[in-house]
Write a protein that binds this ligand. Structure first.
Ligand code: UT7
Length: 323
């Protein structure tokens, strides 16, 4: 039996910062509105020519350094992204080349904002089935490239960034008392596509398209779906909510994070919230928050960490792991 243990974590945010005040010069909005409705103060925007694979490679390099590993140690690169460099090849293959990784497999996973949670579960499955031994798992996005910068209801909410972890196969069954991924729960409901989607793509319009969202509806579903995912993972493991050391939610909106934590009975001081400094970075948001929690010493080896996310599709899910 094998379980997947986290060896290190990394992050990258592009240098350019766009504040709410900057946005108020582009669309009819204000710092007060954005802050009150979403908790976001600023977001990072990739430079011209800076691609999702560049962000992903930077976060991946950071995670490898934290794990004390070189490129030869990795035999699986997974990138969760909805904003790939090209229609093909997979951004993961480009990241593999940029990092000098030459062994094993590389592919992208598309579950929009739930991408990182889906990808951790996928890597865990591949490690446990013996397909790979060490996986570099990345969430990376350049959502600035798919925003309609004239639509104030969406362009104020999103940003660019990347985060990554290294997972290693270790002997022993997944267990609540042991380090590693303990349980994952993944869901999708394709009937709700029209509430959050991009109005383009290679096989429909031949254009990249722009993000469209019915914000209020998504908000309502988010709290319900995230709560369902977290409750299911806790039920699977027999743990009460107060056993969790750190709740690391998808960073879309502070109001969603606060409402979900309250509904689940997770104390506010156990919630890692970073949405204020990078906005909604889709698949990158959970590992970006993880990297902050690790860097400032809150998340330490042996801690129980609960990840969750919800996004376009709809997709949603949660993963419980012991760091
Ligand atoms: O990762 C998963 C994907 N997304 C999410 O999780 C996002 C989920 N949704 C949300 O976070 C929130 O619904 C929003 C932040 C998008 C919006 O907050 P809300 O409290 O649901 O506001 P609303 O959409 O009900 O809009 C309230 C008002 C409207 O004006 P009226 O109709 O009341 O006159 C909007 O036109 O705010 C107006 N508005 C704005 N005003 C200033 C919408 N966007 C803006 C803006 N600045 N940027």
């Amino acid at each position: 039996m094998v379980r997947s243990v986290v060896l290190g974590c990394g992050a990258y945010l592009p240098a350019r910062v766009m504040t709410n005040h900057d946005l108020a010069r582009i669309v009819d909005t204000s710092d007060e509105w954005i802050l009150e409705r979403s908790g976001i103060s600023e977001r990072h925007i990739a430079a011209d020519g800076e691609l999702t694979s560049d962000l992903a490679a930077a976060a991946g390099r950071d995670a490898l350094a934290a794990a004390g590993l070189g490129p030869e140690a990795i035999d699986l690169v997974l990138v969760a992204t909805a904003t790939p460099d090209r229609t093909f090849p997979a951004t993961a293959a480009r990241v593999q080349a940029k990092l000098g990784i030459t062994g094993g497999a590389a592919f992208d996973l598309q579950a929009v904002c739930t991408g990182f949670v889906y990808t951790v579960a996928t890597a865990d499955g591949l490690l446990r089935s013996g397909v790979a031994r060490r996986a570099l798992v990345i969430g990376a996005e350049t959502f600035s490239r798919i925003l309609d910068w004239t639509d104030r209801t969406t362009c104020v909410l999103f940003g660019d960034g990347a985060g990554a972890i290294v997972l290693e196969a270790r002997p022993g069954e997944p267990a609540v008392g042991e380090r590693g991924v303990i349980a994952s729960y993944l869901r999708a409901d394709g009937r709700l596509e029209d509430l959050l989607y991009v109005d383009g793509g290679p096989s429909s319009t031949g254009q990249v398209g722009h993000l469209r969202m019915a914000g209020r509806e998504v908000f309502r579903h988010a709290v319900t779906n995230i709560s369902e995912a977290v409750e299911t993972v806790l039920r699977q493991t027999g743990l009460p909510a107060d056993a969790i050391d750190w709740f690391v939610p998808h960073q879309a909106n502070k109001r969603i994070i606060d409402a979900t934590a309250k509904r689940l009975g997770i104390a506010p001081e156990k919630v890692i919230t970073t949405v204020q400094v990078h906005g909604n970075t889709s698949a990158a948001s959970v590992p970006l928050a993880l990297a902050v929690g690790v860097a400032d010493g809150r998340i330490r080896p042996g801690h129980l960490v609960l990840l969750e996310a919800m996004g376009g599709g709809f997709t949603w899910g949660a993963t419980l792991l012991r760091w």
